[in-house]
Design a protein around this ligand. Structure first.
Ligand code: HEM
Length: 416
């Protein structure tokens, strides 16, 4: 039996927040190993890196999500006891419900709505002195998410709701005020959506047959029961919030177009579906999620290492996207690399890995890609803009992160 390299420490949680995205990577480097043990949140944690480790991590016989997601993340980012925390048959059935919302016609519906809202947004931006892309795209996507889902969103509430969804995401890696802000935003959002759930179920609000809201609110779990009001709200928010979160990738995409003008030109030509390659590279190159957590379901051995039942295991997501064993010259921004990508579900994991239906891989990956493509096409085909001086750098310590200025544009003009 080989010993897992171990970091001798009482607890490294503060260090993780101090170091941010490179926390795991720097330790894999230091130990010259794809596995090491540390202590986080006062628990032993085994950290894993690489394609083989990803295959292991997504084996449901070996791992479970029960007790793997810290409460502080559930109280900000994802809500308590939603799909992310389920295992076995309960997860499989609920995931099938989520995936039934991700069919090609549904994804096209979302992309078309996004395109409609980009048209009207450009009209509005033309009249503004300065446009902060991140905030504006959050608003735009909040409208898209609510309209697609069947959730009424009065125009006067758009900024407030979009901001709250953004704060829930922003709160996951923060301590103190940033975390509290995320918690408050979640409580406000849950109150809003729980009232909606009650009104729909009481027949006071009608939602159309083919809407995600109807699917989620009238879904029956493995016991044949409706989800309780809170869980139904959490699950509905599990599609609203992440659609708004695509604003982060879109802002990084805008940064990529600015930093690599040759990519912008290729987007303008958009030969051989270049936009798809571009957005894939944005999802690979720029940081979003640092790692994922699981708990060992039952004792097992892997590569001569013992994994004890109940141990917390983290999978290095950010590091996998910059691993030179997987990506040639990982620090170069090269969309073309995706022309020859083998499409393995275990080597490109910006939104998790494995199978969308049987595992926890992100249900909304295709929506994310298509909505990002719409943004890339609009920003290169249908609008012109200038960038005033601003700080476009982003921190790797802050999780999640964003270009500091939020990508400010001036003189936005509609073209074509
Ligand atoms: C799960 C990231 C967009 C719905 C996840 C996971 C990650 C992730 C890392 C966990 C994977 C795992 O545990 O193995 C992202 C990012 C997004 C995004 C970075 C873009 C900004 C979306 C969208 C939707 C969505 C647009 C729906 C419209 C979900 C759901 C789950 C999930 C329902 C839970 C899946 C499960 O536990 O089985 N996402 N996501 N996400 N995502 Fe996304």
């Amino acid at each position: 039996m080989s010993t897992i390299p171990e970091e001798k420490t009482l607890d490294n949680s503060l260090q993780l927040l101090r170091e941010g995205f490179p926390f795991l990577h720097s330790r894999f480097q230091r130990f010259q190993s794809d596995i090491f043990k540390t202590r986080l949140m006062m628990q032993n944690v085994i950290c894993l890196h690489g394609e083989e480790a990803t295959k292991l991590f997504y084996d449901p016989e070996k791992f479970m999500r029960l007790g793997a997601i810290p409460k502080r993340i559930q109280k900000t980012l994802m809500g308590e006891n939603g799909i992310q925390t389920l295992d076995g048959e309960e997860h499989r059935k609920r995931k099938a419900m989520f995936m039934s919302l991700m069919t090609r016609p549904q994804v096209t519906k979302v992309a078309n709505l996004a395109a409609d809202y980009w048209w009207s947004a450009i009209g509005k931006w033309e009249k503004m002195d300065q446009v902060k892309l991140f905030d504006e795209v959050q608003d735009l996507l909040c409208r898209v998410a609510c309209q697609w889902s069947g959730v009424p969103l009065p125009e006067k509430d758009v900024r407030k709701r979009a901001q709250d969804f953004g704060d829930m995401v922003d709160g996951f890696g923060g301590v103190g005020p940033r975390h509290w802000k995320g918690k408050k935003a979640r409580r406000r959002g849950e109150k809003w959506i729980m009232e909606f759930v009650e009104d729909v179920r009481a027949g006071k609000i009608y939602v159309a047959e083919d809407t995600p809201a109807r699917t989620i609110l009238f879904y029956r779990d493995t016991n044949g029961k409706l989800l309780d009001t809170y869980i139904a709200a959490v699950e509905l928010m599990n599609i609203l919030r992440p659609i708004v979160a695509i604003a982060t990738y879109i802002t990084f995409g805008a940064l990529a177009m600015h930093t690599y003008p040759e990519c912008r030109q290729k987007l303008q030509a958009n030969e051989d579906n270049y936009a798809e390659l571009f957005v894939q590279e944005v999802r690979r190159f720029y940081p979003f999620g640092p790692f994922l957590g699981n708990r060992v379901r039952q004792d097992f051995e892997w590569r001569g290492h013992h994994f004890k039942k109940g141990t917390l295991v983290f999978l290095d997501m950010y590091g996998a996207l910059h691993d030179p064993k997987i990506w040639e010259h990982p620090d170069d921004f090269r969309p073309e690399r995706f022309r020859t990508w083998d499409e393995s579900p275990y080597n490109f994991i910006p939104q998790g890995g494995g199978d969308h239906y049987t595992g926890h891989r992100c249900a909304g990956e295709r929506i994310t890609i298509e909505v990002m493509k719409v943004a890339a096409i609009f920003m290169t085909h249908f609008m012109d803009y200038q960038l005033p001086p601003q700080d476009l750098s982003f921190s790797l310590v802050r999780m999640p992160t964003l270009p500091k200025s939020g990508f400010v544009m001036r003189n936005v003009r509609r073209i074509q």
